[in-house]
Design a binder for this molecule. Structure first.
Ligand SMILES: [Zn+2]
Length: 76
């Protein structure tokens, strides 16, 4: 199941929950028990797609440690 991110509209709490893909639109807020709408993690999307220049592919400085999932593995 994918992990979705939610923000509660009434108490502004941000939380993540494992939800089935067919039922991921809302989740119950852990602090006020209200239905909270799902949000997309904008910060993650920006750092991975637009932050290419700041990544350290050369010199083995990548944080992925060559696990194969990172693009740096193909470079080496
Ligand atoms: Zn809440």
């Amino acid at each position: 199941m994918p992990i979705y991110e939610y923000v509660c509209p009434s108490c502004d709490v941000k939380f993540e929950k494992l939800r089935p893909m067919s039922d991921g639109r809302t989740a119950t807020c852990p602090s006020c028990r209200q239905e909270a709408p799902r949000v997309f993690s904008v910060f993650t999307a920006i750092s991975t797609s637009a932050g290419g220049e700041s990544q350290t592919f050369a010199g083995g400085g990548c944080a992925c440690s060559g696990g194969g999932a990172c693009a740096c593995a193909a470079e080496a």
